[in-house]
Design a protein around this ligand. Sequence first.
Ligand SMILES: C[S@@+](CC[C@H](N)C(=O)[O-])C[C@H]1O[C@@H](n2cnc3c(N)ncnc32)[C@H](O)[C@@H]1O
Length: 289
Amino acid sequence: MSGAPPPRTCAGTRAPRPAVGVPPEDGGSQPVPVARRTGTRAAAGTAMDDDGPVTRATLEKDPSEVAAMFDEVAARYDLTNTVLSLGQDRGWRRAVAQALDLQPGERVLDLAAGTATSSAALARSGADVVGCDFSLGMLEVGRRARHEGVELVAGDALHLPFRDASFDAVTISFGLRNTQDIDVALAELRRVTRPGGRMVVCEFSHPTWAPFRTVYVEYLMKALPAVATRVSSDPAAYVYLAESIRAWPDQAALAGRLQQAGWGSVGWRDLTGGIVALHRATSPGPSPA
Ligand SMILES: C[S@@+](CC[C@H](N)C(=O)[O-])C[C@H]1O[C@@H](n2cnc3c(N)ncnc32)[C@H](O)[C@@H]1O
């Protein structure tokens, strides 16, 4: 495969630029990485099927590989999540909404919104939710679900297509780990949050009780890929999932990264014994120039 094809719409047809739901507010959006199959780094992390390489991002997180991998799993993403998390995902989403404490009429950004299931959980508060993601395949699944109170926008976490201080609150569920540069993503989230606004990061983390951690790592590396083979449309993506969770900073280290990015009042809460952690923070003021 040679050269990057032009961006495509959710439906997979070619278009001059990706567009889902409302356009960016200030017209200042950056090009969104093109979601496509890629065979350029087979040795670094692809599996083979009859058609050739099946997309699987590597821990280097090349943006177009990550977007392509999520395009690939989009149709069965929510089902696979619920099966692999043994139904815990719904509770984790409720905990995010609770931590954000959204009020009706507030504007909240759900970054890396995927199929917008995380956005829909926020919209129940009466807040106006903007879901943003760079996988057009994931957004298309979300668009078809027609979640009330949710707008979907194609955009890259590293170059958010929104004005400074345009959200009362921002959140990202299971997305920060997938971004190529988490410090840039955290700085962008801060830029678009009004002074005093809140952020909640929901991400897989590290169980705090050692015996449970051992069992969990076994589940991640062995059982999870095996179950994904039965449920997901792209089991190789779930090998990436397991590896990326193991490589992710623990709770205290992630809190330090939030502070370095300029977020204040940083704290966290473990869910399901630390399988997931919710980090909370507030924006102290405008980003440094
Ligand atoms: C595991 S899914 C999470 C989806 C949703 N938040 C949820 O909780 O179900 C991760 C999402 O992050 C998105 N993502 C990864 N890197 C991104 C980036 N740089 N910009 C925008 N979206 C990104 C992927 O496309 C994918 O939809």
